[in-house]
Write a protein that binds this ligand. Structure first.
Ligand SMILES: C[S@@+](CC[C@H](N)C(=O)[O-])C[C@H]1O[C@@H](n2cnc3c(N)ncnc32)[C@H](O)[C@@H]1O
Length: 360
């Protein structure tokens, strides 16, 4: 849907955090995928690209994505191809994005053949796939960013095709509030967002607000898994004002999951932005300014260990990677805190990867 207000618009506080995560991830993504042992080409594509600029003059995500490539020293002289595909259905955004790209990159930084940039106007559901076709993106890795206003109108067919394309990944902005608020008015088309499954509508029978959000995220995750993404990561960006935005990431590569987590945890925390693990029922922010908050992980570890007897620390590290927003590296410090409080015991003097732990 075209933007309701003026273009460009004011940048919301959590947009900065989102952009820093994109940038941190792209700083890892380009060099890995385009390494000597990697692929001959990759495509960065956005289905809801925006105008490339905010009211205060700061860069939008399309510009950030190109800057990340150009500022990757390992790729300075590369002969590999990087395609950029940007789609938006608001003609003002398309025009401004074109202007902004020319203003920011007045001299073509790379020959067209090595860096084609395409800007297309139209709804993501109709224009995204043909735009990818036109630049020859399929059968090589695609990082697809679907940063709508949170209603994620992305056809299931497209998500499935991306999941099956080599080394391709998706980042989707998801706002459960949109679906909670409008559940009775949203047509059958909206079932398409959840993989043509109407079970998300049961959200109206759930009385509790945070359980509603968790339920819808769960439905969205199920759709991505069904489409073929093996590893999923979702987290909630929380601003000082208490606004929230969910980012959902799907990949088929463990390394992609590790690098996305690393990016989330790297992002500067002293900006009043926190992250929450949607699976933490206490909805506690993960950062208290500078220190990672391990309490949600400690609670999840206690639940994981309950009734499970003893578990090897390495298995808990794997579990943290695949089933929480925490990194593997957070597990030993969290277990150490639990042991210091007498809640966990260990078969070794130090809690290390090969050790066995259990609840006291
Ligand atoms: C949140 S903004 C994108 C911001 C951008 N990713 C950034 O971070 O700089 C969402 C954009 O999606 C566009 N949009 C909304 N519905 C759309 C649709 N169905 N298809 C394509 N674009 C759409 C809007 O015009 C708007 O520019």
């Amino acid at each position: 849907m075209p933007v309701k207000g003026e273009v460009p618009w004011d940048k919301a506080p959590h947009t900065d955090a989102k952009h820093r995560i994109y940038r941190a991830y792209l700083d890892k993504w380009y060099p890995i995928l385009l390494s000597d042992n990697g692929y001959p080409s990759v495509t960065y594509a956005e289905g809801f690209a925006g105008p490339g600029v905010y009211k205060d003059g700061s860069a939008g995500s399309p510009i950030i994505a190109i800057q990340a490539l150009l500022e990757t020293p390992q790729l300075a002289g590369t002969e590999k191809t990087t395609r950029f595909v940007f789609v938006d259905d608001d003609p003002r955004c398309v025009k401004l994005l074109g202007d902004e790209l020319r203003r920011r990159f007045p001299d073509r930084p790379r020959p067209h053949g090595l860096m084609p940039v395409s800007v297309a106007e139209g709804p993501c559901s109709d224009a995204f796939e043909p735009a990818l076709e036109a630049v020859g993106a399929w059968y090589q890795p695609i990082l697809a960013v679907f940063d709508s206003w949170g209603n994620a109108p992305v056809p299931y067919r497209l998500i499935r095709r991306l999941a099956q394309n080599p080394s391709s990944e998706v980042v989707v902005t998801f706002m459960p509030q949109h679906f909670i608020r409008f559940v009775s008015q949203l047509s059958e088309d909206t079932d398409g967002v959840f993989g043509h499954d109407s079970s998300w509508r049961a959200v109206s029978d759930i009385p509790d607000g945070s359980k509603k959000k968790a339920f819808l995220l769960g439905r969205y995750r199920s759709m991505l898994a069904e489409a073929g993404f093996r590893f999923l990561l979702d987290f909630e960006l929380v601003t000082v004002k208490g606004e929230s935005l969910y980012l959902v990431f799907g990949t088929n590569h463990r390394r992609g999951l590790e690098k996305m987590k690393q990016s989330v945890w790297e992002v500067d925390k002293v900006q009043g932005i926190g992250f929450r693990d949607p699976k933490d029922e206490y909805e506690e922010a993960l950062f208290d300014l500078t220190d990672p908050q391990l309490e949600p992980l400690e609670r999840m570890l206690v639940t994981r260990l309950a009734g499970a007897g003893q578990i090897r620390v390495e298995n808990l590290r794997e579990w943290a990677l695949f089933s929480t927003v925490y990194r593997e590296q957070h597990v030993i410090p969290a277990l150490t805190k639990l042991r210091n409080r007498g809640q966990v015991e260990c078969d070794r003097t130090r809690i290390e990867r090969a050790a066995l732990v259990r609840l006291v």
